[in-house]
Design a protein around this ligand. Sequence first.
Ligand SMILES: [Zn+2]
Length: 89
Amino acid sequence: MLVIVFANSMHYDSAGGKCYLPYIINTLLTFVIVAFMIFLLVRGINRMRRPAPAAAPSTRACPYCATDIPIKASRCPNCTSDLRAAPSR
Ligand SMILES: [Zn+2]
């Protein structure tokens, strides 16, 4: 709204000459608003293009038989080794 008011009104100083300060302010304000909108647009596009973060792994390798087992397993379902005493990798 402020931009429209500045754009539609003529301003004269006390000597009758044109005063360009409102036009300069209008131009700077318009530039700042447009630049901010473009910044928001580019940031939104970059967020949409960013790949989803990789999911946390849910399995790990058994240190005895090297098969994939759940991370929370305390005993290997394949070789029945007790994993609580095993060295964690
Ligand atoms: Zn195993």
